[in-house]
Design a protein around this ligand. Structure first.
Ligand code: SAM
Ligand code: SF4
Length: 329
């Protein structure tokens, strides 16, 4: 098992399949100039499947989420999903994506064994989408969402980040739109993980502000905290339910004490936290002939040292060197 000194057990693995992306969301990447990982440093499809196998079979991981960068840019994605779905015990398999290309691949991913998707969409307005992502791909995301639903990758979840002066007014409209379609919306507080280090605590939109904006239009009832488990989102029933909305308040109301995550980067480094400043290199071990037992032992050691919390809101906080797109969000 992947335990740490605070008694937490990591059962949820996030695997980054690439650090590259076809959008340039302002809270994530600069317009240009971001250095990509070198191709030879990236794990091959077979190496990814081998490490996921060790995690699931030997280390008690129960859920695997593929992310990036943009995971749909990984040519071998369907095959990776298929191999992971054949593992015993079979893990839950999900994907976090910007949705571009999902219209083409949703059915094949479902067929391969993918259970669910989280699609990131911050706005219903194509021009605002361009301001936020620097690309004209709004319709592609909408098409991807529809395809995910049609393929049965449900419940479809939406992730949204609100940015001051750009889409901050859109929270109620996004929620109404999601409720109409049966999508589960989760707002994520903007975190200091952008490559250009432009995050500013004083201008970020907090969970409290998001809830205030939503409450102007909807009646929100907190879901009992017992139903939250290790989920980072706090959830509210909307207008008495069954529709719900979540808020991931990683900055102002972090939920580190129940964290059950472990992370693998596209270049084969284990991270015990999004905000970790250190990593454990499994790629070199794997390529030097380490057997599965040794890889598992290294992974266990990496997680044992996990800190109590990320401490983003504390003055001592240091942003990790790697941006979110290279860690895997
Ligand atoms: N490209 C895919 C996508 O956008 O869904 C997967 C990777 S992306 C890094 C994963 C999630 O992280 C997205 O929902 C995105 O909105 C969110 N994200 C990226 N940068 C963020 C930041 N600085 N603060 C909060 N969330 C962020
Ligand atoms: Fe790409 Fe996702 Fe980052 Fe946007 S948030 S630039 S879609 S990796």
């Amino acid at each position: 098992m992947l335990l740490d000194t605070f008694g937490r057990r990591a059962v949820d693995l996030r695997v980054s399949l690439t650090d590259r992306c076809n959008l340039r969301c302002t809270y994530c990447m600069p317009e240009q100039g971001l250095q990509w990982l070198a191709k030879p440093d990236l794990l091959t499809d077979e190496e990814i499947v081998r490490l996921v196998t060790v995690a699931v079979r030997d280390l008690g991981v129960q859920e695997v989420r593929f992310t990036g960068g943009e995971p749909l840019l990984r040519p071998g994605l369907v095959g990776i999903v298929q191999a992971c779905a054949a593992l015993d015990p079979r893990p839950e398999l999900s994907l976090t994506t910007n949705g571009i290309g999902l219209a083409r691949t949703a059915a094949a991913l479902r067929e391969a064994g993918l259970d669910r998707v989280n699609v990131s969409l911050d706005t219903l307005d194509p021009d605002t989408f361009h301001t936020l992502t620097r690309r004209h791909r709004h319709q592609d995301v909408l098409d991807g969402l529809a395809a995910a639903e049609a393929a049965g990758l449900t419940p479809v979840k939406l992730n949204a980040v609100l940015m001051r002066g750009v889409n901050e007014d859109e929270a109620p409209a996004l929620l109404a739109w999601c409720l109409e379609r049966g999508y589960e919306l989760r707002f994520i507080e903007q975190m200091p993980l952008d490559a250009q280090h432009g995050w500013d605590r004083s201008s970020m939109i907090t969970a409290e502000e998001i809830l205030e904006r939503l409450s102007a239009r909807f009646d929100l009832t907190p879901e009992p905290s017992a139903t939250r488990g290790a989920a980072p989102a706090e959830r509210w029933l909307v207008d008495g339910g069954p529709g719900r909305v979540g808020v991931i308040a990683s900055v102002t109301r972090p939920f580190c004490r129940a964290c059950d995550r472990t992370r693998l980067t596209a270049d084969g480094q284990v991270r015990d936290c999004l905000f970790a400043t250190g990593e454990t290199d499994l790629r070199t071990a794997l390529r030097s002939g380490a057997d599965d037992a040794e890889l598992a032992a290294r992974w266990r050691t990496a997680m044992w040292g996990k800190k109590a919390g990320a401490g983003i809101d504390s003055p001592e906080f240091h942003q990790p060197d790697r941006p979110m797109s290279a860690i895997g969000g």
